[in-house]
Design a protein around this ligand. Structure first.
Ligand SMILES: *Cc1c(COP(=O)(O)O)cnc(C)c1O
Length: 380
């Protein structure tokens, strides 16, 4: 028998109550029923994004919302700085260049981060910077960037801070209004435990002002237009109705747990995963602050990490992820975001023990699991 489990850094498992909610018959979006649904979801989104501004849903994947954030706040020839220390940082660079936006890359090696002080220095030396673009959680390396620090230095300048929070919203604390983050981008299929296909852009007051003068081409992604509809609990184009229905359940679940508890849970799962890996003699990849969404672990010396990924899937019916780009073959990534609890980490680590043993490495069964249990018991 196969019991399939999804433990990748997105998409993530969808809770059964959410799946059931989404299975109800389709409703039309130009109806009072949809408006009532969206009014509820809209208020919930503001709380999840920790903002008093409208959060704009878009029917696309997270990268679409990244593109929307960029084309609504910039003009051709603008100069931006990009924190680039992984695949998703590189995506910001690619989108910017595709639109003729000039990029100053703030590069760090994979596994590392860019200190806020370096962002501050760049802002001092390049007064023409119109925005700083970053990830919060860089999912390709498992690093959490210092968004709070970046906000502290950007908010004192004219540059907007645009944050890809696709793998941190509902996972790690991100106080959009309080910290002064100008744009937050998120997606449905990570911390929000929904199917892929819905993404979000939240703009702060400064970003909405900037949007009025942004000249990059846009039609579907025109957020000022979309905001007019959102303000009436409507949508300009056909929304991802089913996922919005699921989102209503997700908001209820996250708020029943309480956002601080949601963040603490992810932190606990991440600490336990790291402790488990270390107890098995493995090294986690990040040299900077690790993300609570996922753990990138280096394969044992001389072993291709794809072997571990394949064993998870082929022998144990668990989908995890390998390395991307230059990390291919070097790391494997365990997701523990969204609909993830302590016993999921136990399963992931117990499976890892079996895989390492099957691959001929000396393993003390229970060592990784035990280290995680100590974290859960508050004993390490
Ligand atoms: C998943 C993810 C995205 C979005 O990817 P899509 O495949 O377009 O949904 C963007 N940024 C980060 C950090 C991610 O983890």
């Amino acid at each position: 028998m196969k019991k399939y489990q999804l433990m990748a850094p997105g998409p993530t498992p969808v809770p059964s109550q959410v799946l059931l909610a989404m299975a109800q018959p389709m409703i039309h979006h130009r109806t009072p029923a949809y408006e009532a649904l969206f009014a509820e979801v809209r208020a919930g989104l503001e709380r999840l994004f920790q903002t008093s501004q409208d959060v704009i849903p878009l029917a696309c994947s997270g990268s679409g919302a990244m593109e929307a954030a960029l084309v609504n706040t910039l003009s051709a020839g603008d100069v931006v700085a990009v924190v680039s220390a992984g695949k998703f940082g590189e995506r910001w660079v690619e989108i910017a260049r595709a639109y003729g936006v000039e990029v100053v890359e703030l590069k760090a090696p994979y596994g590392e981060s860019v200190p806020a002080e370096r962002v501050a220095e760049t802002l001092r030396s390049r007064k023409d910077l119109r925005a700083v673009l970053t990830q919060h959680s860089e999912s390709s390396t498992g690093v959490l960037h210092d968004v709070r620090g970046y906000a502290a230095v950007t908010r004192a300048t004219d540059a907007l801070l645009i944050v890809d929070a696709v793998s941190s919203l509902g996972i790690a604390d991100l106080r959009m209004d309080t910290w002064g983050v100008d744009v937050v981008v998120a997606g449905s299929q990570k911390g929000l435990m929904l199917p892929p296909g819905l993404a979000f852009c939240a703009l702060g007051a400064r970003a909405w002002e900037r949007a009025k003068t942004s000249k990059l081409p846009k039609y579907y992604f025109n957020l000022l237009e979309e905001r007019k509809f959102v303000g009436r609990n409507e949508a300009h184009f056909t929304p991802a109705v089913s996922i919005i229905i699921g989102l209503r359940e997700v908001v209820k679940m996250l708020e029943a747990e309480g956002l601080p508890n949601v963040f603490a849970r992810h932190d606990r799962l991440a600490r336990a995963t790291r402790a488990g890996a270390a107890a098995l003699g493995l090294r986690v990849f990040p040299r900077a602050t690790p993300s609570p969404a996922l753990t990138a672990i280096l394969a044992p010396d001389g072993m291709d990490s794809e072997k571990i990924v394949a064993a998870y899937s082929e022998t144990h019916d668990i989908t995890i992820a390998g390395g991307q780009g230059e990390m291919k073959g070097k790391v494997f990534r365990l997701g523990h975001m969204g609909y993830a609890v302590e016993m999921d980490v136990i399963v992931a680590l117990a499976t890892l023990e079996q895989i390492l043993s099957d691959l001929g490495l000396p393993v003390t069964f229970g060592a990784g699991v035990g280290a995680a249990q100590k974290v859960f018991a508050g004993k390490s």
